[in-house]
Design a protein around this ligand. Structure first.
Ligand SMILES: Cc1cc2nc3c(=O)[nH]c(=O)nc-3n(C[C@H](O)[C@H](O)[C@H](O)COP(=O)(O)OP(=O)(O)OC[C@H]3O[C@@H](n4cnc5c(N)ncnc54)[C@H](O)[C@@H]3O)c2cc1C
Length: 351
C-alpha cells in the first residue's frame, strides 16, 4: 500500500477544486480497501472514499485525513442466459468503460448513460441517470464493506431505496459503507432505448439509424448520439471545453405537490415559464429554467465561479475557489427561493 502525502485534490476532481489531502492512497480491490481502512483506524485518521471525483466539491482547506481512491478495472460475466447477462463490475472501474463494453457486447440497459464520468462504485450512490435511463433499473446487487467493522455486506436492489438521484447511501446509510463492486442484469433481448425526447427526435430523423439492422450497431449509434448531445451541452469531460470543468448538474430538479404547483402558478406570473413534468410524488420542475428566470443566465460569472455557457444547471470553475463556487450556488438557491418560494437542492457532495 503506497500512502502518499500532501496530494492536491483539485487534480482528482473534474471541477479542479479543493486543497491538499494530508494522506492519499489508491486501492484496486476489496482487500486493499480494507487494508486502507485498517491503517486509518490504527492511526485515528478520518477517511473519505473518492471515485472519479466528478460529483464532489472539496473545501479549499483540503482534507485532514486519508483519501481512499478506488481504481482498477474488472468486468466479469457471472452468469448468462438467452435473455440476459449478470455482470460484476469492481468499484474502481471507469463507468463509461463499462457502458462501452456493454454496448459492444450487444447488451441493453445502460446505453443512455454513456459519457457520464466517474467510477462504477459511485453510480448507485445518487442513482445516476440521463436520457430516460436510471442505473437502478439494472442493478441487482451491491458488494459493500462496513466502514467500521470491515465486514462484508450485500444489498439487493430494494434495500438500496433508489429514487430520483437518491439511494439509502445518500440518506440513512450515508458514509457507512464502501461499495466494492456492483452486479448488473443487462438484457440481450429488450429493444434499444431512445424514448427521451431530445434523443428520440434526433434518432428518428436519422436515415443512418434506419439502415442499421444489427442490435450492436443500433446500440453503438445511440451511445455515440448521446455523447454527441452531451458534448453540445458541455456534459462530457473534455480538456478543450472550459464549460466541462464542473460536477455536471449542480442542482436537482425539484419535485413539488400538485397543490403547491397550482399555488405557485397563482402567486407568480412567471412560474408559467418553468417547464414541468409529472413525476413520482407530484410535479418535477426544470431547475435550469428556475435558475434562468431567477436572473442567473448561462455564462454568468463572479469571483472565478460561473454558470456554463451551454447549460444553466452546470456551475463551473473559472479559476476561482470552492468557497466562491459554494457562495454562487447559495446565491442562486436564495434567488430561486425569493422568486418562487421553492428550494433547489445541491446535487454534488460538498465535503
Ligand atoms: C461533465 C459531467 C457530467 C455529468 N453527468 C451526469 C449525468 O448525466 N447524470 C448523473 O446522474 N450524474 C452526472 N454527473 C455526476 C457524476 O458523474 C456522477 O454522480 C458519478 O457517478 C460520480 O462518480 P465518481 O466516481 O466521480 O464519484 P465521486 O465524485 O468520486 O464521489 C461522489 C460521492 O460518492 C462517494 N463514493 C464514491 N465511490 C464510492 C464507493 N466505492 N463507495 C462508497 N462511496 C463512494 C464519495 O465518497 C462521494 O461522497 C456528471 C458529472 C460531470 C462532471
Amino acid at each position: 500500500m503506497n500512502i502518499e502525502k500532501n496530494i492536491n485534490l483539485s487534480e482528482y476532481t473534474t471541477i479542479k477544486l479543493g486543497g491538499n489531502a494530508k494522506y492519499f492512497v489508491k486501492c484496486e480491490n476489496t482487500a486493499e480497501l480494507k487494508r486502507a481502512f485498517e491503517y486509518a483506524k490504527q492511526n485515528s485518521l478520518q477517511t473519505f472514499i473518492l471515485g472519479g471525483g466528478s460529483n464532489i466539491v472539496f473545501p479549499d482547506s483540503g482534507f485532514n485525513g486519508l483519501i481512499i481512491k478506488t481504481s482498477g478495472n474488472e468486468i466479469k460475466i457471472i452468469s448468462e442466459s438467452n435473455e440476459s447477462a449478470e455482470v460484476f463490475v469492481s468499484a474502481g472501474t471507469e463507468w463509461d468503460k463499462f457502458v462501452e463494453w456493454s454496448v459492444e457486447s450487444g447488451f441493453t440497459g445502460i446505453e443512455c448513460l454513456s459519457g457520464i464520468p466517474g467510477c462504477t462504485g459511485a453510480v448507485p450512490i445518487q442513482n445516476v441517470g440521463a436520457y430516460g435511463q436510471e442505473v437502478s433499473s439494472t442493478i441487482t446487487k451491491l458488494h459493500t464493506t462496513d466502514k467500521t467493522t470491515l465486514e462484508e455486506k450485500f444489498f439487493n436492489n430494494t434495500e438500496c431505496n433508489f429514487d430520483y438521484r437518491q439511494s439509502i447511501f445518500k440518506g440513512d446509510l450515508k458514509d457507512k459503507y464502501i461499495i466494492t463492486g456492483v452486479e448488473f442484469e443487462l438484457s440481450k433481448i429488450k429493444e434499444v432505448n431512445f424514448k427521451y425526447p431530445d434523443l428520440k427526435r434526433e434518432i428518428e430523423q436519422s436515415e443512418d439509424f434506419k439502415n442499421i439492422s444489427s442490435r450492436t450497431g443500433k446500440l453503438k449509434y445511440i451511445r455515440n448520439k448521446v455523447i454527441e448531445i452531451r458534448k453540445r451541452k458541455g456534459m462530457v469531460v473534455d480538456e478543450a471545453d472550459s464549460d466541462s470543468i464542473s460536477c455536471g448538474s449542480f442542482f436537482t430538479n425539484p419535485v413539488i405537490s400538485y397543490e403547491d404547483y397550482k399555488d405557485r402558478l397563482k402567486r407568480f406570473p412567471e412560474f408559467r415559464l418553468i417547464n414541468s413534468f409529472s413525476a413520482k410524488g407530484g410535479i418535477k420542475l426544470s431547475a435550469a429554467k428556475l435558475i434562468e428566470v431567477s436572473g442567473f443566465g448561462r455564462g454568468y460569472e463572479e469571483n472565478g465561479a460561473g454558470i456554463s455557457t451551454k447549460h444553466s444547471l452546470a456551475l463551473i470553475n473559472k479559476g476561482g475557489s470552492s468557497t466562491a463556487l459554494i457562495r454562487l450556488a447559495q446565491k442562486i438557491q436564495t434567488a430561486v427561493y425569493n422568486k418562487f418560494d421553492i428550494t433547489i437542492q445541491i446535487e454534488p457532495i460538498v465535503a
